[in-house]
Design a protein around this ligand. Structure first.
Ligand code: GN1
Ligand code: MG
Length: 362
């Protein structure tokens, strides 16, 4: 008898006979599975999309499809392989880009791209350089997408909105955790103005709004066996925002010498060599569209997104762990400490980061 996951997989236009559906990866938001099929038929990724976070899911799937189709056209024109260099969404049998089950959960399927590697950290400058080129290319590919995208995640990298959430959660303090967190809260408050000053530049258009990925942590990028970026995945958060969010989030993950939730803070620091290599690759591709202001704030964006992540993890901890999946009761606090250590390391090396951007931007 088929289990529930196989039954759901069977609602989509997958080729071949489904053999099994197994959990895959460690996403914090969606639940991800691999659909294995018999013989030479391709395998697929099945995801239960988190409707508490992305809303409405059908509009999100439309966003993803627009971006994928746009990239595919360009890949074909350049003589590439559209099934490997772009995500392929597999519709359900009713041609919808999702399936809604009887528990009102949304599911979506895409092709699994074989022979690729996803990393959790960038161990070598070569890999970081390729990663930088990959994100720069992705942004260049979507830069001329004219079809409007629906904002299915209002306030995502919006610092003003984050502070509203933050203030509300601190006022509510549902589990009484605030009293133990005076120091951590001061990390956020001391930088509030600096972050809002930067955010104002986005609000008033000094820093332009463009289509960007918004979740460019290193494991959302597939590399081929030669170490080149093949395809940028996890497009749920493709939105109109600033490309600086992509650069910043990539730097938050590529340059970290430790883990996002490292218990040993001595492991955590920002590796300037990795920063340099990624920046070089990124600027080589993004130079064609980056404005002077964007370039000026490139290094700052790494601090901005890392700071935002400290805030989001700490806020979720105070709020009672409603957003991120956790593996231990204080997981979000561990993440907060590890990300703050990374932020401090960036602050210490900020001059060197800016010097790197200057060096490559000319
Ligand atoms: C989430 O979905 P995933 O695991 O790639 C989160 C990001 C965070 C990241 C922290 C929609 O990314 O914003 O930076 O976790 N995605 C969403 O690792 O909130
Ligand atoms: Mg992901």
């Amino acid at each position: 008898m088929k289990n529930k996951l196989e039954e759901i997989a069977g609602k989509f236009q997958v080729e071949g006979k489904i053999i099994e559906v197994q959990p895959l990866g460690e996403g914090f938001i969606n639940d991800t599975f691999i659909i294995k099929t018999e013989g030479k038929s391709p395998n697929y990724i099945l995801q239960r999309k988190n409707k508490q976070i992305f809303s409405p899911i059908p509009a999100m799937m439309e966003n993803i499809q627009k971006v994928c189709m746009h990239i595919k056209k360009k890949v074909v024109a350049a003589g590439g392989d559209p099934l490997r260099e772009a995500m392929t969404i597999i519709p359900a049998f009713d041609n919808k880009l999702y399936f809604l089950d009887e528990e009102e959960e949304y599911w979506a399927v895409c092709l699994f791209i074989e022979d690729t590697i996803a990393y959790d950290s960038a161990k070598t400058p070569e890999l970081a350089y390729s990663g930088g080129k990959g994100i720069g290319k992705f942004q260049t590919l979507v830069a001329d997408l004219k079809e409007p995208l629906t904002n299915i995640l209002p306030g995502f990298h919006d610092m003003r909105f984050r502070f509203k959430q933050w203030d509300a959660v601190l006022t509510k303090d549902p589990l009484g955790r605030k009293k133990e967190l005076t120091e951590e809260i001061s990390w956020i408050e001391r930088r509030r103005l600096e972050m809002l000053n930067f955010y104002e530049l986005i609000e008033n258009g000094v820093i332009p709004t463009r289509i960007s990925h918004n979740d460019t942590k290193i494991n959302n990028i597939l590399f081929d066996k030669k170490g080149e970026v093949l395809c940028v995945i996890d497009l749920d958060t493709v939105l109109n925002s600033t490309v600086l969010n992509d650069f910043g989030d990539a730097m938050r993950t590529y340059t970290n010498t430790g883990a996002e939730d490292d218990l040993n803070l001595d492991n955590v620091s920002m590796d300037i060599e990795i920063f340099n290599a990624f920046t070089k690759g990124y600027i080589e591709e993004a130079r064609s569209f980056l404005t002077e202001k964007e370039a000026e704030y490139l290094a700052f964006s790494a601090k901005f997104i890392t700071y935002e992540q400290v805030l989001r993890f700490l806020m979720d901890y105070i709020d009672g762990d409603n957003y991120y999946k956790i593996k231990s009761p204080n997981h979000n606090l561990v993440r907060t400490h590890a990300q703050f250590k990374l932020l401090q390391s960036m602050e210490e090396q900020f001059d060197a980061m800016n010097a790197t951007v200057k060096k490559y931007i000319v």
